[in-house]
Write a protein that binds this ligand. Structure first.
Ligand code: SF4
Length: 128
């Protein structure tokens, strides 16, 4: 079973790593860019590091964030940086040898000794 930046399938939990672009917006991450499309007048936002690999309609994101469920998370496309607010979504719960995590570093930042902040921590700071 292989591990990509956004998912791990080494045991039967089948974990996915998600990032919430709204949290990037709230922390005013300097790697979050935005541009206005001259043709349709919409503003799109994305991550310079491609931690999430899509560009999002910013007004739609803000509108959905005000809804009951919020905008939600996107599976990461590249390894999160130490400050990136990601969470791990566990698909299947179970017990026994097949459900023993074989990849604990997946829950932390790739290539870093620093423990990553979780999405619900409100006091995280973007790098200056
Ligand atoms: S670098 Fe991390 S926190 Fe900043 S925009 Fe990209 S995903 Fe969000």
């Amino acid at each position: 079973m292989q591990t990509k930046s956004g998912e791990c399938r080494r045991c039967r939990h089948f974990c996915d790593k998600l990032i919430e672009p709204m949290r990037c917006h709230e922390m005013e991450c300097r790697y979050l860019y935005a541009y206005a499309d001259e043709i349709n007048g919409r503003t799109y936002t994305g991550c310079l590091h491609k931690v999430f690999g899509v560009e999002i309609d910013r007004e739609l994101m803000l509108e959905l964030e005000r809804s009951r469920f919020g905008f939600g998370g996107i599976k990461v496309a590249e390894a999160p940086l130490p400050h990136c607010p990601f969470e791990v979504d566990v698909t299947f719960m179970g017990e026994g040898e097949d459900f023993e995590c074989a990849n604990m570093p997946f829950f932390d930042c790739s290539g870093s000794d620093r423990y990553c902040y979780r999405i619900n921590e409100k006091d995280r700071k973007a790098p200056a």
